[in-house]
Every structure is written in structure tokens, then in C-alpha cells.
Design a binder for this molecule. Structure first.
Ligand SMILES: [Zn+2]
Length: 422
């Protein structure tokens, strides 16, 4: 049998070509979903799909789908997203799409016939930048965002999502993601420094982080910053500052299993010569573990109460928004681990600290992820990079994972695709 070996040169050429689309003066990529740059990227990747023997089309939610040859049996899905944050990097999302196309083309060129039909998917809006909903396109696909809500969405320029979808500016035929799917595999850049620090190129992902968010308000007494003695103050910002420091301490108690951030402070009245009377803080904690999230929620509230008591402040805790951790399918994770070994890479599993489309699909079909190292841990930055050799290893791991899943016994489940019936 001809070995199915990814071509590192072709992978790099295709990535560099894709990386010219939406590139600004800083070297960063700006491809908001449905923008002219995004449409151009969709067209380019559709062309790559044709070269790989995949039949490209775009579904009613704007997702590009390249269907491989084969019957009506369950599909093996692989892919990622083509949108970027403003001034982002060329690897976030794009690498997962191009690697999936490469895997399909390499398998076809090697004459490997799979039992499953292969389908590559490039989600339109993962970053959530345009319409303020993360993983918008994958959640729309599975019906998690009601049509009535989709119809009201407008981006910053005032253009409605519906208008974009109806315009079909890419000129590609209508396609649908088949509803019977054996698995979804997404290769993605790690976007953090863990792999690089370990001296590793690739890892299997075992879960996608859970996220806890709320807003806290400390209220004290706004007063003259000169005439009010230090001992007679109720300074809301002093309390907020103590909580910022406490967030770090509370997250660190869980070692590498949790992170915590205060990303936004609003200080009122916000004048140089007035003691802050009120501060609103955003609080975010992430962990791949349910237990850690529960623990952090209690600990943050208790600490905030204690600070309020000590500083003479009134505390209000907003409602907590909690998205639970999403475990990756053990079968897909094990297939990735086995693929790592096939590619001569040490076994390694890591959690993902960022959300991904795989986290959405995992609620319905067996799903998994492959992480490749990010240079200096940078992402959402013009300086985002993954060494080309590492990218090629990742693509080979993806290919081997697809082969392993293809030979595994099917536990096919239905993806509840929310297409309008025709
Ligand atoms: Zn991404």
C-alpha cells in the first residue's frame, strides 16, 4: 500500500496563500465572517477542496463544506473555521481547515479508499466578533440558536446576518452537512505556551474548558480626595484591587487546573480628586473540571464578602453565567493518541483553555481535537505562528486519526442539522 504522507511543502504553500487574504499593514489577518476577505478565503479553500477531490458548497448558515466521494453512509467530518479576530493570526482556524483538505487529498492520492465518506468543514463564524456570539455558525448548524434570533442579528456596520447569508457572495452551490456523522476531528493551534514549554509539537485534547462569568459591584462613599482622612474612607476601588489580587491567588490554588481574570473595571465617578464610590468588575474563571468551577465560584464570593466587610463596602454579586466543561469523546481522543504514536510522537493529552467548534459538535457526535504548538504561546496576534514542520506533523496526525476512526466500529449518531426543509 502506498504510504499516505502529507506534503509539508503543499501544506505550507496553501497556508501562505490563505494567509495573504485579509492581511493588513501590521501583518495581522482581519477576516470578519462574511466580509469580502472571508468570501475570498471561502473561494480559495473551495478551489483547494476541488483539487483534493472534494465537492465544495456552502450551507445556509455560511459554512463551507467539501464532500468526498462515497455513498450515503455516515461521514467523517474534519475541519475548523475561516474567520479571524481583527488583526489576528493566519493559523487560528485556517490551519485546521487546510490540514483537513491536505489529509483528504493525501488519502486520495495514495489510493486509500475509506469506508466512510470524508467531509471537510470550514465554519464561517467561530470567533463571535461580528455578532457577539461565539461559535455562531456551528451552534446555528445544530439548531442551538433559534432562527428568530439569527434573523435579528446585525454586525457593527448594521448589515444583517440574513442579508449576508442570502447574498451568497461566494457564488458556490448550496450544500448541507450530512446528518449522519461518525465523528468530528478538529486540528487547531494551541494558542498557549504549554506544548512549546514541554518541547512537544502535538497533543490530543481531552476536554474543552468550562467558563464561569459574573459582574461584581463594590459600593463605598464617593468623597473629596483631599479632605477625607485615610481612616474615614470607604474606597470601592481599594476593595476591587484586593479582589483582583485575590483572583490570582484563588486560581493558583488549583495549580494548572484553573485560571482567573478580572478583565474589566469600571470606576465611578472616575475623577482624579474623588474617592471612587463604586466599581463594577468582570470576573472570569476557567477550568476543565466541574469541581474546580464550583469551588472557584464559592471562593470568589466569600472572598469578595470578606473584603467588603473589611473595607466598609456594599457588595452586589450579579448572576453567574456558567458554560460547563466539554469532555472530548474518549474514542476520538484515544484515536488521536494512537495516531501520535504512529507518527513517532509521545502520547500527550491537554485540556483546551479556549472554546472551539468541536465543543459544540461534541454535544451530539463523537468529537475530538488535535493541538499543535504555538510559537511563544501567541494567538489572536499578528505574531501568531506555528513552525511549518510542526504544522505538517499535526496534519499527518489528523490523517492517521481519520484512518483509525474509519476502521473503528461505528457508533454513528445524528447531528441535529437545523436546515430549512426543502
Ligand atoms: Zn480558532
Amino acid at each position: 500500500m502506498t504510504p499516505a504522507r502529507i506534503s509539508p511543502q503543499r501544506l505550507r504553500q496553501r497556508m501562505e496563500h490563505l494567509g495573504t487574504i485579509g492581511r493588513g499593514d501590521s501583518g495581522g489577518i482581519s477576516r470578519p465572517p462574511f466580509s469580502p476577505a472571508h468570501v475570498e478565503a471561502v473561494r480559495l479553500v473551495a478551489q483547494m477542496m476541488r483539487e483534493a477531490g472534494l465537492d465544495p458548497g456552502v450551507d445556509e448558515f455560511g459554512n463551507l463544506i467539501g464532500l468526498g466521494a462515497g455513498g450515503d453512509g455516515p461521514v467523517l467530518l474534519a475541519g475548523s473555521h475561516l474567520d479571524t479576530v481583527p488583526d489576528g493570526g493566519m493559523f487560528d482556524g485556517g490551519l485546521g481547515v487546510v490540514a483537513a483538505v491536505e489529509a483528504a487529498q493525501t488519502l486520495r492520492d495514495a489510493g486509500r479508499r475509506l469506508r466512510h465518506r470524508l467531509a471537510v468543514i470550514a465554519f464561517a463564524d467561530e470567533e463571535g466578533h461580528a455578532f457577539d456570539i461565539g461559535t455562531l455558525s456551528s451552534r446555528a448548524l445544530v439548531g442551538e440558536i433559534p432562527r428568530s434570533r439569527l434573523e435579528t442579528l446585525r454586525d457593527r456596520s448594521g448589515q444583517s446576518l440574513n442579508e449576508y447569508l442570502r447574498a451568497r457572495a461566494h457564488g458556490l452551490p448550496v450544500a448541507r452537512v450530512p446528518e449522519h456523522a461518525a465523528a468530528y476531528v478538529e486540528l487547531h493551534v494551541e494558542q498557549g505556551p504549554v506544548l512549546e514549554r514541554m518541547g512537544r509539537a502535538v497533543a490530543a485534547v481531552d476536554s474543552i474548558t468550562g467558563i464561569l462569568r459574573t459582574t461584581l459591584t463594590f459600593e463605598g462613599r464617593a468623597a473629596h480626595a483631599g479632605t477625607t482622612p485615610m481612616t474615614a474612607r470607604a474606597d470601592a476601588l481599594v476593595g476591587a484591587a484586593e479582589l483582583v489580587v485575590a483572583m490570582r491567588e484563588l486560581a493558583l490554588q488549583h495549580k494548572d487546573r484553573a485560571v482567573g481574570t478580572v478583565g474589566r473595571l469600571s470606576v465611578y465617578p472616575g475623577a482624579t480628586n474623588v474617592i471612587p464610590g463604586r466599581v463594577d468588575l468582570s470576573v472570569e474563571a476557567r477550568s476543565p473540571g466541574e469541581h474546580e468551577l464550583d469551588d472557584l465560584r464559592v471562593a470568589v464570593e466569600q472572598r469578595a464578602q470578606r473584603i467588603a466587610g473589611q473595607e466598609g463596602l456594599r457588595l452586589t454579586v450579579g448572576s453567574w453565567d456558567r458554560s460547563p466543561p466539554v469532555p472530548m469523546d474518549p474514542g476520538v481522543r484515544d484515536a488521536v493518541v494512537q495516531a501520535l504514536q504512529t507518527c513517532g510522537q509521545p502520547s500527550l493529552t491537554l485540556p483546551s483553555w479556549a472554546g472551539h467548534d468541536a465543543g459544540v459538535l461534541a454535544r451530539y457526535i463523537p468529537s475530538g481535537m488535535i493541538f499543535v504548538a504555538s510559537t511563544a504561546g501567541l494567538s489572536h496576534s499578528p505574531r501568531e505562528h506555528t513552525p511549518w514542520e510542526t504544522a505538517a506533523i499535526g496534519a499527518q496526525v489528523l490523517l492517521e486519526t481519520l484512518l483509525i476512526l474509519d476502521s473503528a466500529k461505528d457508533a454513528t449518531r445524528r447531528l441535529p442539522v437545523a436546515y430549512a426543509s426543502q
